[in-house]
Design a protein around this ligand. Structure first.
Ligand code: SAH
Length: 258
């Protein structure tokens, strides 16, 4: 018995054991005892997680995959969460214990998985896994590049990001249309922003929503004072600003509002 891939669930099962092992081994095992795998499918990656000195949990939306896992991984049975990752509260399953997140993720919900991780960063010291290559690169990208954007800035405000390796479509069943990339996020020592977080998100999103405009134009809707808008930083475009500069910009806007 095996699971027939369902496209609407982003199912591309990994065939290559070596790559599954490499993804599992990307975990540093530093600062947590639990790992939660998102979308285990038939467990190709899970198998290598179970060999580690960690308590492995999996969350899978597809009941057919859940049945498969229950039948084939008896020692995992009471740690299979048959739910949609995007809809659960992590604290319902892990209290406030730290957990690492890992997966060969469903690509149709890549950004949402990252955003949920950022929201729950107090509990997630590490995050590692596979996305479509373009998304993996975007998360890791530094300023000055066309692909540097909202995902890059927000993720790197809280995590150090490493792009680890690229994976070709041929090692999946069915093969996706694009290359894939594996990245690792390690939470920064200081992951509390010195500015209002909501405002920071708003500044980053508003600026990149019109990424070809200067900040002076794209941030008009934030009703900044004429005085502040004279600041030279407003002559820049969002892709020219480092994460630290976005934080400094938010601090200036925060002061402006007082
Ligand atoms: N890890 C497996 C499967 C990867 S495919 C492998 O490498 O072979 C992505 C998996 O994510 C599928 O099993 C799919 O059912 C599951 N999935 C899709 N959306 C999900 C969601 N919202 N929550 C949890 N799992 C999800």
């Amino acid at each position: 018995m095996s699971v027939k891939a369902k496209k609407h669930l982003g199912q591309h099962f990994l065939k290559d054991e070596l790559i599954a092992q490499k993804i599992a081994d990307s975990l540093t095992e530093n600062g947590y005892k639990n790992v939660l795998e998102i979308g285990p499918g038939m467990g190709v990656l899970t198998k290598y997680l179970l060999k580690k000195n960690l308590k492995t949990y999996v969350i899978e939306i597809d009941t057919e995959s859940v049945d498969y896992l229950k039948a084939h991984y008896l020692n995992l049975a009471d740690r299979i969460i048959s739910k949609d990752f995007l809809k659960i509260n992590l604290t319902d399953y892990f209290d406030d214990e730290p957990i690492a997140i890992i997966g060969n993720f469903p690509y149709n919900i890549s950004s949402q998985i990252v955003f949920k991780t950022l929201e729950n960063r107090d509990q997630i010291p590490e995050f590692s896994g596979m996305f479509q290559k373009e998304v993996a690169m975007r998360i890791a990208e530094k300023e000055g590049s066309k692909t540097y954007g909202i995902l890059s800035v927000l993720t790197q405000a809280f995590y150090n990001v490493e792009y680890l390796f690229t994976v070709p479509p041929t090692v999946f069943n069915p093969p996706p249309k694009v290359d894939s990339g594996v990245i690792r996020l390690i939470r920064k020592k200081n992951y509390t922003l010195p500015v209002d977080e909501k405002l920071f998100y708003k500044v980053v999103k508003t600026a990149f929503n019109q990424r070809r405009k200067t900040l002076r134009n794209s941030l008009k809707t934030l009703n900044l004072s004429d005085n502040l808008r004279e600041d030279t930083i407003f002559a820049k475009r969002p892709e020219q600003l480092s994460v630290t500069e976005f934080i400094n910009l938010t601090a200036k806007i925060e002061k402006d509002a007082i």
